[in-house]
Design a binder for this molecule. Sequence first.
Ligand SMILES: *[C@@H]1O[C@H](CO)[C@@H](O)[C@H](O)[C@H]1NC(C)=O
Ligand SMILES: *[C@@H]1O[C@H](CO)[C@@H](O)[C@H](O)[C@H]1NC(C)=O
Ligand SMILES: *[C@@H]1O[C@H](CO)[C@@H](O)[C@H](O)[C@H]1NC(C)=O
Length: 486
Amino acid sequence: MAMLLQMYKLFIWVTLLGINVSDARGKQYISAVGDPGMRRDELRLAFEAWNFCNEVGEEAPGMGSPRAADCFDVSSFSLRHRVNETDNKLGVGNPFPGLGPEAENNADLFAAQKQLYLGSLCQVADTPNPWQFWMIMLKNGNFDTKSGLCPENGKKVPPFSSGRFPCFGKGCMNQPILYHELTHFLGGDTMRGSFNGTYDLGSDIRSELDGISFFEVVWEKKVGDGSWVFSHKLKTSKKYPWLMLYLRADATKGFSGGYHYDTRGMLKSLPESPNFKVRVTLDVKQGGGPKSQFYLIDIGSCWKNNGNPCDGDVLTDVTRYSEMIINPDTQAWCSPNSVGNCPPYHITPNNKKIYRNDTVHFPYGAYHYYCAPGNAQHLEQPVSTCDPYSNPQAQELVQLLPHPIWDEYGYPTKQGDGWVGDARTWVLDVGGLSSRLYFYQDPGTPPARRIWTSIDMGTEIFVSDKEEIAEWTLTDFDVLYTSPDL
Ligand SMILES: *[C@@H]1O[C@H](CO)[C@@H](O)[C@H](O)[C@H]1NC(C)=O
Ligand SMILES: *[C@@H]1O[C@H](CO)[C@@H](O)[C@H](O)[C@H]1NC(C)=O
Ligand SMILES: *[C@@H]1O[C@H](CO)[C@@H](O)[C@H](O)[C@H]1NC(C)=O
């Protein structure tokens, strides 16, 4: 009887979602991504580069707008590419189908529309929604406060002087040089392609990497076998000490984490807390030094302080992020003596609230850093507010560290888990954990639906004082719906 009821619930649930249940290995699950486990031969991949506030600012000479894609179909051991290098090199002043006149000469708007255009070339029809690509995201953390390029909590502010941010001088927020090796057959049945490049304009990465920044993602797969393996490399330099490189599953429409414009991506339906898990295989080969905040998983979304979904109004939209940092060199900034770096409370798996002033029970070591949105009106003191410039709008961050209290969710429980020499396939109950994290809301407002528009993995090398290199491979990425009733 109970079995029958469960089958019935599954049936209703599947019908509601309008998706088919996968039945591999006899286990029933529904994937939220277009390419479950990265197993599809016909790859869909895009690249984007961001400046400090997730915009373009100015294109790098000869590179076009920093958006590119590698998408192809496979037939009898030949690849038919859907995006050519003319498309990939499109930049301000070059029209393309669908480009609005206001975007033609504005590098920020142009990039947003180029992403939609590349999405239209890569799009795969599917239920319940079409999807476009995995996204490689690269970000330069330099901020020239005299450039006037970044708003403060979404509000436009005039240029100002500050020594708080890395910048070697005018032009420090530049976009990178990008080289693209189109996916091709290596000989035999292995396909491979790559994106690489540097922020150091005028340097030649083909000779010597000493003294210059470098990024690279190489993808490889055998036809009809296994999953795409993405090998990442990120190197900082004196001029570019703060760099980020992630592989993202973003929403196929609407605002992905950190965006204030329509995006394209891989999440053909959007996971909502608590009912989803993330499966991924990660092998960190080189950590990237003590400042490398490697995110085993980073989830991003957007909702307003009153709980409403975001609508593109940067003054009231708030980007919400939570990430688990697995570099064992990362210390907890949250402590009994610095409760301003902790969320106001922790919620246990059996829904008990533990306030941060409860020094006996609060798991201080489980939180690296909490910071509240800069536009929140009713914050509990003491509190840190997040950097107001590094997103197009206000943001909130809940940064976690490996700790025994996360065991219930399949997350790392001790320093070193998942780090260099501990390659693993993780099945993380991201939905369950994120349903119990503290996020700020105005008092008396109905709780926001925690619908995640971005799920990413990669590292943020946060202002390194010497040249650092991080290197890792990622594969098998999947986002699985779970149901508490099953
Ligand atoms: C590149 O692709 C676009 C759109 O598919 C097409 O219009 C254009 O002619 C192609 N260019 C070349 C050089 O093949
Ligand atoms: C970057 O990629 C290009 C191919 O696009 C390749 O020729 C070059 O060797 C790569 N550079 C490095 C430093 O790996
Ligand atoms: C701890 O903090 C909570 C919430 O702010 C408050 O209600 C409570 O009185 C505090 N307890 C102590 C012992 O200070």
